[in-house]
Design a binder for this molecule. Structure first.
Ligand code: ZN
Length: 388
């Protein structure tokens, strides 16, 4: 589901305005430009790409150009001292970052390169990849081994289960990396599905889950915007005794009026939109409203109540499939702490390194303790900080 660098400096600061500068001398097509802005489902994550028309002077930007001489259909890189250092993500010492695209690069190719830009490594290069694929070494060009061999590095973290369907996983047939273009570069060794693992709403949600952990789900929103994180916004405002509109995924006028009131109460100035400052403040309140209900110190399996709904809203925004019960329909947000909620939270606690990967699902591991509350709080802000 993901392979990332845990260092915060490899993530984009100001992630809601990541500047793309389209090289005017080697321009990509209008269709490709459109893909750059729309191909990733950024509805529930604090990330946005913007086109900057002036040639940027700041290092934190991505130069996008057409280049039909590259080996693959797309390429991402970080330039330091004139050299591409060959890793994904953002680098504080870069003079700039780049995406090169062939004229034939498709939406899928562009999605893959944007994944690299946000910090995703190849799924098939995860440290555990050897359990899931066997490389056909004799059919891989020696110069291509660096793109397929597992990368072992203690700064890197696997997120979720290994995912053959990830946008960051090569297909079996990769002509540009093969000796014989008609033959595969690896074969799959699929393992049985683990019944303790939660399901995602779609394979795309599984990829975006990793990006949400890195950058947070609290993105800026205007009146009428539609996002699963609007459910989180409404639940948290409700828990803090502010009025909310209909409990659905659209940001309505009533809820926005409460946001303005919340801004005034917290000295955030008069702003009639939901900004990162709103989410940062709401996130800081989360540990105080998720302390369990009806005489309980902590939430755990079997608990019932509005605090469980708040937890479920966050898990739903992260892309977990919580079932078809509850309100709104088909969200699983029913206020009852059952197995689906438990599986999703245990997965999240493993991925944030609160639990070890071999932890099972039981009354202890499903507890929303103070570490878990702080982790959930950081998801409303700008993502998880992983321990050293
Ligand atoms: Zn790649």
């Amino acid at each position: 589901m993901g392979y990332i660098n845990k260092e915060r400096s490899t993530r984009w600061p100001n992630s809601e305005t990541i500047p793309l500068f389209i090289d005017p001398d080697n321009p990509i097509s209008d269709e490709q430009k459109n893909h750059l802005l729309n191909v990733l489902d950024l509805e529930d994550v604090r990330v946005n790409f913007i086109i900057q028309t002036d040639n940027p002077t700041q290092p934190d930007h991505i130069r996008v150009s057409r280049d039909d001489s590259i080996n693959a259909k797309g390429e991402y890189g970080i330039i330091i001292n004139g050299q591409d250092i060959g890793v994904p993500g953002r680098h504080p010492d870069a003079t700039h970052h780049f995406i090169k695209l062939r004229s034939t690069a498709t939406a899928e190719d562009i999605r893959h390169e944007l994944g690299h830009a946000l910090g995703l490594f190849h799924e098939h290069q995860r440290s555990d990849a050897g359990t899931f694929i066997v490389l056909e070494i004799s059919n891989i060009k020696p110069s291509s081994m660096q793109f397929v061999n597992p990368i072992i590095d203690n700064h890197l973290l696997t997120i979720g289960q290994y995912n053959y369907d990830s946008m960051m996983h090569y297909p079996e047939i990769m002509p540009n990396h093969s000796v014989d273009a008609s033959q595969p570069i690896y074969t799959k060794t699929p393992l049985p599905v683990d019944p303790n693992e939660p399901a995602f709403l779609s394979p795309n949600h599984a990829d975006m889950y990793t990006i949400k952990l890195m950058y947070g789900i609290g993105k800026s929103l205007d009146l009428g915007d539609v996002s699963k994180s609007v459910l989180v916004l409404k639940r948290v405002l409700d828990a803090l005794d502010y009025g909310i509109g209909p409990f659905d995924i659209e940001l309505d006028q009533t809820t926005l009026e409460s946001v303005v009131e919340f801004h005034e109460d917290k000295n955030l100035g008069f702003t009639d939109t939901v900004t990162s400052a709103t989410w940062n403040k709401l996130g800081s309140k989360l540990p105080f409203i998720m302390i369990g209900g009806e005489g309980e110190d902590t939430l755990h399996l079997g608990a019932v109540g509005p605090q469980v709904k708040t937890l479920q809203c966050i898990l739903f925004s992260l892309g977990f499939d919580l079932g078809i019960t509850g309100d709104p329909p088909n969200t699983g947000i029913d206020g009852q702490y059952g197995q689906r909620t438990g599986k999703a939270l245990v997965r999240l606690k493993k991925d944030s390194r609160i639990l070890s990967e071999n932890a099972s699902i039981n009354n202890n591991t499903t507890t929303v303790d103070s570490n878990t509350r702080n982790m959930l709080s950081s998801l409303l802000k700008d993502g998880i900080d992983w321990p050293e």
